[in-house]
Design a protein around this ligand. Structure first.
Ligand code: SIN
Length: 279
């Protein structure tokens, strides 16, 4: 019989830490159900010191739902579901934007599980923002207006500044060559979580280029206002990684930002869940 899982909130808004669980041991269904409910409630869960091997990482991801690979990142040999995110002297940090994973796709993933493999001596934290809380704090007339709007999410627009800065021209050309429906999608400005039914603000500071229904200047002004709002620290949690930490986040209701304040090698491994089993 599973003991009750304890969630220690990390802020007043988002994020919780879960100690005392070794994810190498398969969770029974009752234990997994508690973790899943905790994820929906806190949106970001930190599991310290998880010496997970790739097979266990993938198996844990599969408990949440089907997995999806990212076409533009390397994977681990024999584990194509695990995306490897490497930065350091040869590839300076390139993920310093508030974004969700793969929203340029028609069906963005629901959840990600990121495992810290090699960390710089200092820095390289990841920040998360609660987009349900951001939505809830907008005034009702603005919420109503946003309900009628949709936004373009464009992978090329999101990746271009850092790929150009890092001189990764070939990688950029490869992204440009993806079929349009896999690199550019339109989503509602206000989304609804497929499991909890809660509303969230569907704006980021990376892939979103404009509101479809507004003029260019209206779009720019409204995006500026919303981006100022979503960057307020009251909606955030900041994870200062320790080796082998595993963080699971709900990719529907949050944005994240990889702080690029390091130059040493950093390696993270991510399993991405395309759709929760009960969505
Ligand atoms: C990601 O955007 O999925 C990676 C975040 C990180 O490397 O901290």
């Amino acid at each position: 019989m599973t003991e009750s899982v304890e969630f220690q909130p990390l802020t007043g808004c988002i994020g919780a830490r879960v100690d005392g669980i070794d994810l190498n041991n398969r969770l029974d269904d009752a234990g997994f159900a508690q973790i899943y409910q905790g994820l929906l409630r806190y949106k970001v869960l930190l599991f310290p010191e998880q010496d997970l091997d790739p097979a266990k990482h993938v198996a844990l991801g599969r408990r949440f739902g089907e997995l999806v690979a990212h076409p533009d990142y390397p994977t681990i040999e024999g584990h194509e579901e695990i995306m490897v995110i490497e930065n350091g002297p040869e590839r300076p940090p390139d993920n310093e934007y508030w974004h969700k994973d793969m929203t340029f796709r028609p069906d963005p993933p629901h959840c990600s599980l990121l495992h810290a493999r090699v960390l710089p001596a200092h820095g390289g934290d990841t920040m998360f923002a609660d987009m349900e809380a951001v939505y809830a704090d907008l005034s009702p007339p603005l919420q109503r207006m946003l309900e009628e709007l949709s936004v373009v999410h464009d992978q090329v627009a999101g990746f271009t500044p850092t790929l150009l800065a890092n001189n990764e021209i070939e990688r950029l050309e490869k992204i440009r060559a993806h079929p349009e429906e896999m690199r550019r999608s339109v989503h509602p400005a206000i989304g609804m979580h497929p499991v909890s039914g809660k509303k969230y603000l569907g704006i980021d500071d990376c892939f979103v280029t404009r509101f479809i229904e507004l003029s260019a200047s209206e779009s720019e002004g409204l995006l500026r206002l919303l981006r100022d709002r979503l960057k307020q620290p009251r909606y955030q949690v900041r994870i200062a990684w320790q080796a082998d930490d595993l963080v699971i986040w709900d990719n529907v209701s949050t944005l994240h930002y990889a702080v690029g304040d390091y130059s040493e090698y950093r390696c993270m491994q991510r399993v991405t869940v395309s759709r929760y089993h009960d969505a």
